[in-house]
Design a protein around this ligand. Structure first.
Ligand code: BES
Ligand code: MG
Ligand code: ZN
Length: 490
C-alpha cells in the first residue's frame, strides 16, 4: 500500500473510494462538500440522511455512487465534536476507513480529514499510522493465510501537501510497533530467551546499533542474583541484552529503556493455577518487545539522544533447580530479597536490569513491564499505570502518550506501603499484601534506583487485547512503542 500526501482538490480526485470525516452536529453539507455532492448526484446527502449519520465518533457509513462517476464509493466516518479534535481522532478515523476500504475491496482510496492544530505533518502522521496498523495481519503460525490478499494499492491523503518524509517516519514507527506485536504474539516455543536475543542482534546488525549480550557467567560476575534466581529453572540460557544507539553528534541527553522480558511466566513453584491465564503468559515479554520495537525505530529516526535498551530475558519455569519459595537472593546492588512468591518474578529480573541501567550514567530511566494483574484490576485493559520519582519525567511520558494516542494514568509511589514488603530475614520480600499490589511492585523496583529520575510503566493490560480496538486487531497491540519513540524524540 502506497500512502501519499497531496494537495489535489477534493473535487478533482478520481478513484475507487473517497473517505470523508464529518463532525458531530455538522452533517449539513456546505461549500466544497456541497459542490462534491452535486457532482456525485446527491449521493453524499442521501447517504447522510439514509444512514441517519450524525458524525458521532466511532460511527461510519458507506455507499456506492451510481452512474459513470469519477468516484465509485463514498465512505463517511464520524469525528465527534469539532472542539475535541485530537490527533488520535484522526488516527482512529483513518483506522475505521481502512478497515471499510479493505472490506469493500477498494484499490485506490482518498482521505479527506480536517487538520489537527493546523498542522499538516501531525495530521499526516496520525492518518498514516491509522492506515498501517489495522492492516497488519499475522499469519506466521497458520499453514495457510485466512484472509484474502488486500486489494488496496494507493491512499491519497488530501489537503496536506507532499509529506514524503512524514509518511516515511510513520512507516518506521509502525514497523517498530509491528515488530513488538509479532514478538508478543509468538508462542513461548518460538520466542525464547535465545531467539529474543537473536532478534536484538539482528536489529543491531541491520540498523547499526551497539550490542552487548551478557551470558549467564557474565551476569554471575556482575552479581545479578535476582535475575539469575528467576532464570535458574529454565533449560534455556538467560540472555541479558544491552543495545545502544549513539547519535553522530554529542547527545543532548542520555536515557535508558528497560523492558521486562519473560518469554514465559509459569509462575515458578508458585505455579499459576488453571484460570489464571497461564496459557497467555507468552505475552510476559511485552515490555522487552516494545523496547526492541522502539530500538528498531529509533535507530532509523536518529534523534540526537543517546539511548540504551536493556532486556534481561529469561523464562520463569519449574524444575529441580527452581527457586524455592522463601529463598533469599542478592541483587547486583547488594540488596537481599526474600522470594515469598516465585510468581512475582518480573520485579526480580528488573531489579538487576535497573541497577545495570543506572551504572550507564543516563539522565533518565524508563522501565516497562507486564508486571502485575493488580494493575489490570485498577486500570482495566486499555490503560497503563505510570509511577515516577520525577514530575518532569512523568510529564514528558504523559505528553508523548497523548500524541501517540496511548493511555497512561499516574499512580502514587506511596512509601508507607513499603511496610508490606518488610522481611524478617532479608532487606525486603518480593511481594506484599494483595491490596495495592501494583504500587508495592513499583516500590520494590524503586529500591534498585539510587538517584536517576525514573519512571515505571505497568503495561500488563494494554499489551494484549482480546478484541479489535482502534488501530489494533485482536491480539498483541505493540503498546507502548509509539509513546517510547515520541518520548525519545521530544
Ligand atoms: N506476569 C505477571 C503479571 C501479569 C498478569 C501480566 C496478567 C499480564 C497479565 C506477573 O509476573 C505476576 O505473575 N504477578 C503476580 C504478582 C503477585 C504474585 C504478587 C500477579 O499479578 O498475580
Ligand atoms: Mg509472575
Ligand atoms: Zn510475569
Amino acid at each position: 500500500m502506497d500512502i501519499r500526501g497531496t494537495d489535489t482538490p477534493l473535487l478533482d480526485w478520481s478513484g475507487d473510494a473517497l473517505a470523508l470525516g464529518l463532525f458531530e452536529n455538522a452533517t449539513e453539507i456546505t461549500g466544497e462538500l456541497k459542490q462534491l455532492d452535486e457532482k456525485l448526484g446527491r449521493t453524499l446527502q442521501e447517504l447522510i440522511t439514509e444512514a441517519e449519520f450524525e458524525g458521532k465518533s466511532g460511527t461510519s457509513a458507506v455507499t456506492r455512487v451510481g452512474g459513470q462517476s469519477s468516484v465509485r464509493k463514498i465512505i463517511l466516518v464520524g469525528l465527534g465534536k469539532a472542539d475535541e479534535l485530537k490527533s488520535n481522532t484522526l488516527r482512529l478515523g483513518a483506522a475505521a476507513i481502512v478497515r471499510l476500504a479493505k472490506k469493500e475491496k477498494v484499490k485506490t482510496l482518498a482521505i479527506s480529514l480536517p487538520l489537527v492544530n493546523d498542522d499538516a505533518a501531525t495530521t499526516t502522521a496520525a492518518i498514516a499510522e491509522g492506515l498501517i496498523l489495522p492492516l497488519h495481519q499475522d499469519n506466521r503460525f497458520k499453514s495457510e493465510p485466512e484472509d484474502k490478499p488486500m486489494k488496496l494499492e494507493t491512499v491519497d491523503i488530501l489537503g496536506v501537501g507532499e509529506q514524503g518524509e512524514t509518511i516515511k517516519r510513520a512507516q518506521i514507527v509502525c514497523s517498530g510497533v509491528i515488530l513488538a506485536r509479532e514478538l508478543v504474539a509468538a508462542p513461548a516455543n518460538s520466542v525464547t530467551p535465545v531467539t529474543f536475543a537473536e532478534t536484538a542482534q539482528k536489529i543491531a546488525t541491520d540498523y547499526g546499533l551497539g550490542i552487548e549480550i551478557l551470558e549467564q557467567e557474565d551476569c554471575e560476575k556482575l552479581g545479578m542474583g535476582a535475575f539469575l534466581g528467576v532464570a535458574k529453572a529454565s533449560d534455556l540460557p538467560p540472555k541479558f541484552i544491552h543495545l545502544t544507539y549513539k547519535p553522530a553528534a554529542t547527545p543532548k541527553r542520555k536515557v535508558a529503556i528497560v523492558g521486562k522480558s519473560l518469554t514465559f511466566d509459569s509462575g515458578g513453584l508458585n505455579l499459576k493455577v488453571s484460570g489464571s491465564g497461564i496459557e497467555t503468559m507468552k505475552m510476559d515479554m511485552g515490555g522487552g518487545a516494545a523496547t526492541l520495537g522502539a530500538a528498531q525505530a529509533i535507530a532509523q529516526l536518529k534523534p540526537d539522544v543517546e539511548v540504551h535498551f536493556v532486556c534481561a530475558a529469561t523464562e520463569n519455569m519449574i524444575s529441580g533447580r527452581a527457586l524455592h519459595p522463601g529463598d533469599v537472593l542478592t541483587a547486583s546492588n547488594g540488596k537481599t530479597i526474600e522470594v515469598n512468591n516465585t510468581d512475582a518474578e518480573g520485579r526480580l529480573t528488573l531489579a538487576d536490569a535497573l541497577v545495570f541501567a543506572e551504572k550507564l550514567e543516563v539522565d533518565a530511566i524508563v522501565d516497562l513491564a507486564t508486571l502485575t494483574g493488580a494493575c489490570i484490576v485498577a486500570l482495566g485493559d486499555n490503560i497503563s499505570g505510570l509511577w515516577s520519582t520525577d514530575d518532569n519525567l512523568a510529564g514528558e511520558i504523559k505528553a508523548a502518550a497523548e500524541a501517540a494516542g496511548e493511555k497512561f494514568w499516574e499512580m502514587p509511589l506511596e512509601e508507607k506501603y513499603f511496610e508490606g514488603l518488610k522481611s524478617p530475614i532479608a532487606d525486603m520480600k518480593n511481594t506484599g499484601p494483595r491490596a495495592g499490589g501494583s504500587i508495592t511492585a513499583a516500590l520494590f523496583l524503586k529500591q534498585f534506583i539510587k538517584e536517576t529520575p525514573w519512571a515505571h510503566l505497568d503495561v500488563a493490560g494494554p499489551v494484549w487485547g482480546d478484541k479489535e480496538n482502534g488501530v489494533n486487531n485482536a491480539g498483541a497491540t505493540g503498546f507502548p512503542v509509539r509513546t517510547l519513540v515520541n518520548w525519545v524524540l521530544s
